[in-house]
Ligand binder design. Structure first.
Ligand SMILES: NC(=O)c1ccc[n+]([C@@H]2O[C@H](COP(=O)([O-])OP(=O)(O)OC[C@H]3O[C@@H](n4cnc5c(N)ncnc54)[C@H](OP(=O)(O)O)[C@@H]3O)[C@@H](O)[C@H]2O)c1
Length: 327
């Protein structure tokens, strides 16, 4: 699959190497709003073509798939344009800034006959499959409560899109995508949410929430830009738990890890090496792999984030409309 990249920011720097090192993948073009920047990054990354303007990349005949690495408010517009141009779509998280736009992306891809996936790496780590097996094979007993926290402390440069509301900034879309996605991965569709938010500079800086699921499963979620780096969860059943302190990405110089606890408190440590982004790209390009479980996860996460925003505004518990769900 020949990829074109939209945007030259921080995450592109990381993912371009992951794309180029995945068997069966080539990066043939990169596009920027600025011609000089496009040419400079193309040369830096060893990409044949640097294009000025995103539409030029969608018009390129030697591009089969696009990787969208733009601020969140631009995802829907360019994802829908990519699908209309017949390009497969790997889109950075959050998929969109709201559920209606996420559904519009899914529908455009269906109509265009192209594959789509949000670039949420942890879902593709081998360890995540191991979490699911342990949670569902009875080792934890009956699932009861899930806790997650994802945060970091203000590493912002001036003009960072994460501090600009009109670009889809704020911690809920950015880090809440992970923190809320985690309980959804284990417990499925939430029935209701209650959230509170603290704003700074017009964007959400910290969000604390509770989620209710079927079968009396509950979750508490925290994300923010004013708290130290956290990327942990605990999934607790009535006879055991899984604890992981690096689920979004392993700590530098450390192997990905987690612990299982039984009801007596006896703990076992586990390590699991994998390259989650390469695994994600492999699943995306292998047309025999069904992407619908991840697509459903993305749409549910987006719908839940919408409900949390409503709850922050209303101060009330908000229910999710099951009929709105799309798989
Ligand atoms: N999966 C992950 O681990 C991960 C990590 C970080 C970020 N992300 C996600 O990736 C996306 C991009 O994040 P990033 O941190 O790479 O962003 P970034 O450094 O701000 O880069 C975004 C790029 O988008 C382009 N752009 C177009 N219109 C823009 C505008 N009005 N303002 C700013 N940039 C604009 C720019 O490239 P040109 O001007 O050259 O076109 C810019 O370099 C976000 O959705 C973010 O949540 C994912």
């Amino acid at each position: 699959m020949r990829f074109g990249i939209l945007g030259t920011g921080r995450i592109t720097r990381r993912l371009v190497a992951d794309l180029q090192s995945t068997p069966g993948v080539q990066v043939t073009a990169i596009a920027s709003r600025d011609a000089e920047r496009a040419a400079w990054y193309a040369q830096q990354y060893g990409v044949a073509t640097g294009l000025c303007g995103y539409q030029a990349l969608l018009d390129a005949a030697d591009v089969d798939a696009v990787y969208i690495a733009l601020p969140p408010s631009l995802h829907a517009q360019w994802a829908i344009a990519a699908a209309a141009a017949g390009k497969h779509l790997l889109c950075e998280k959050p998929l969109a800034t709201n559920h209606a736009d996420a559904l519009a992306i899914a529908e455009a891809c269906r109509a265009g006959g192209v594959r789509w996936l949000d670039a949420t790496g942890w879902l593709h780590h081998r360890r995540t499959a191991a979490f699911s097996e342990r949670a569902h094979d009875g080792e934890l007993g009956k699932l009861r409560h899930i806790s997650t926290a994802v945060s970091f402390f203000e590493p912002f440069q001036s003009g960072d899109h994460r501090l600009v509301a009109s670009l889809g900034g704020g911690c809920l879309l950015d880090l809440g995508w992970y923190a809320v996605g985690l309980p959804i991965w284990f417990a499925g569709q939430p029935q209701a949410v209650m959230a509170s938010g603290i704003y700074q500079q017009d964007v959400l800086y910290r969000v604390t929430a509770m989620l209710w699921f079927d079968h009396d499963v509950t979750a508490t979620v925290s994300c923010g830009y004013d708290t130290t780096t956290r990327k942990w969860f605990e999934v607790a059943g009535d006879s055991g738990s899984i604890v992981c302190d690096d689920f979004t990405r392993s700590w530098a110089e450390r192997k990905p890890r987690f612990w299982t606890h039984d009801r007596t408190g006896s703990a076992q440590a586990h390590e699991f090496e994998d390259h989650q982004e390469q695994h994600m790209i492999q699943s995306f390009v292998d047309k025999s792999i069904d992407l619908s479980p991840w697509q459903r996860q993305a749409l549910l996460t987006q719908q839940t984030l919408d409900a949390m925003l409503r709850s922050i505004a209303s101060g009330q518990r908000e229910t999710l409309d099951v009929k709105e769900l799309s798989s």
